[in-house]
Design a protein around this ligand. Structure first.
Ligand code: LRH
Length: 502
């Protein structure tokens, strides 16, 4: 039996956390040692990430971690964040400009420009990536003649940037690199030819690295600042994990069979299946499904559905008006509203940028001639039903395009707490939903590290079995008859619920 203590740095669009885990072949526990806000800042009309505040949050978290170790060494650190965004490094390694938020308007109309140069079909056939306005390739094209890019030597995706600041190591972890839309979906090498044709210097793209590789060790000044000095005098390694948060979340899905789909539900709902080969057909492109690189050479075949962003942005809008709402109460009130009364296309592009979400949803309803939700509870019901319908559309398209059976849908991430959404998803999709773990991303992060550091968890199946044995799951039966066989063989829940209210 090998036991490792490792820290997961997991940063999402709203907040970041540092978690400390103890992992062995038959044990997995995780505690949150530090949480910090991720607050985007608009400067000069551009929405930026405050990456220095995020780095400070990481250092604070590592300091807290040191306090929890009781003199034991920390065996590793793994970093995952949201995808697509990057920092630029100049020739001396310093940051050129402030990283820009993917919800900034600078990419408006750019993906059409990219498609006009390369051809949408060719772009998809080479990269397998869903057309999203904020893909890194579009961001780079948006600023390709700007002074920042002219001055830059390297582009580092956000987890790679944080790793660089902690260790000095330069590289691009492959799961996140795939979200740039500059990685060849078949060879998993940078598509330098594609970059060149789009006027992007391929030299900006750093060497690729893979989950499980040791990237480097913490700088001496980081050890001193955080108090993480190993009592045995050893270095503290930073280990590559699925640095795209969704890649780590998929590792943490407690599936016990191949015929599962997942919804990694947080700011976004990433709805997909795990495949061995990418699907690069025109039908797949037309369905806007993506082939992101997963851990251990797997393919995350999925669609971005707008996710809990809609709920969070609505709460923010109400709070800005002085209306504070408790989410639990609001969800309970929403559960009492009639299902399906306010149909809305949650994937409409007007819902992507920050702003007054309830007003935009009402505008969409007016456009389509459907009833407008009026109260906050009705808006929440409309969002939950719209997300469940978005999940259904994605699952149906995936079934159609892969011929895969989907016997169970795992909802992982923060959305697994939202029982109204889990039930609505089960009802819309006609298959059981297993909710949990909420911490799938951090679990996936620490499991990949633990394996790299000697814990005998040879493959994804072994990691998932450990998640299943150690984490609480909740089962939601569909109200309608299942459209596929097999729910009786679904994984055993630890609790069950048929009609949750919140
Ligand atoms: C979720 C996520 C998603 C990306 C988006 C930018 O956090 O990483 O997978 O598409 O952020």
């Amino acid at each position: 039996m090998t036991t490792r203590r490792v820290a997961a740095v997991d940063i999402g669009a709203g907040s970041g956390r540092v978690m400390l885990a103890t992992v062995s072949e038959d044990h997995l526990d995780l505690i949150e040692v530090h949480r910090f806000a991720n607050r985007p800042v608009r400067v000069g009309g551009t929405l930026h990430w405050d990456v220095l505040a995020l780095y400070a949050g990481v250092l604070d978290g590592l300091k807290e971690t040191a306090g929890h170790l009781d003199g034991e060494p920390l065996d590793g650190i793994g970093i995952d964040t949201w995808a697509v965004d990057y920092g630029l490094l100049g020739p001396d390694g310093s940051l050129v400009g402030l990283p820009v938020h993917y919800r900034d308007a600078r990419t408006d109309g750019i993906s059409q420009k990219v498609a006009a140069t390369v051809g949408a079909a060719e772009l998809y056939n080479r990269t397998g990536i869903q057309d999203l306005p904020f893909n890194t390739v579009n961001q780079l094209v948006a600023e390709r003649s700007g002074s920042r890019l002219q001055a830059a030597e390297r582009m580092l995706l956000v987890p790679d940037l944080l790793t660089y600041w902690l260790t000095g190591a330069i590289g691009a972890e492959v799961t996140n690199a795939s979200t740039t839309q500059l990685l060849d979906a078949t060879t998993r090498a940078w598509d330098s030819d594609l970059a060149g044709r789009l006027g992007i210097d391929p030299g900006l793209l750093p060497p690729l690295r893979h989950p499980g590789e040791v990237l480097g060790v913490l700088y001496g000044d980081v050890l001193a600042e955080t108090g993480l000095t190993d009592p045995h005098g050893g270095p503290v390694p930073v280990v590559a994990v699925g640095s795209h948060d969704t890649a780590s979340a998929v590792v943490g899905v407690p599936a016990d069979r191949d015929s599962f789909a997942y919804v990694s539900c947080g700011t976004w709902s990433l709805v997909g299946v795990e495949l061995e080969q990418p699907v690069l057909t025109e039908d797949s492109r037309a369905a806007n499904l993506t082939n992101e690189a997963g851990v251990d050479g797997t393919v995350r075949y999925l669609r971005n559905v707008m996710g809990l962003w809609l709920l969070r942005e609505s709460l923010r809008t109400w709070a800005d008006r002085g209306e504070e709402h408790d989410l639990t109460q609001l969800l309970a009130a929403a559960a009492a509203e009639p299902a399906g009364r306010w149909p809305v296309d949650v994937d409409h592009p007007s819902l992507l940028p920050p702003g007054d979400m309830p007003a935009r949803i009402a505008a969409l309803c007016r456009e389509t001639g459907t009833p407008e939700p009026e109260t906050p509870a009705q808006v929440v019901r409309c969002i939950v039903d719209g997300l469940a319908e978005g999940h259904r559309r994605a699952v149906d398209d995936i079934r159609r395009l892969t011929g895969r059976d989907v016997e169970v849908i795992h909802v992982v991430g923060g959305g697994a707490r939202n029982t109204l959404l889990c039930q609505a998803t089960a009802d819309a999709c006609g298959v059981p939903v297993l909710g949990g773990p909420v911490e799938a991303t951090a679990l996936g992060n620490v499991l990949v590290q633990a394996r790299a550091l000697g814990v005998d968890l040879p493959d994804l199946a072994a990691m998932r079995a450990l998640v299943r044995r150690t984490q609480e799951l909740r089962r939601f039966e569909p109200a309608t008859a299942p459209t596929t066989p097999g729910p009786t063989a679904a994984p055993r829940p630890t609790r069950s619920s048929r009609r949750p209210t919140a």
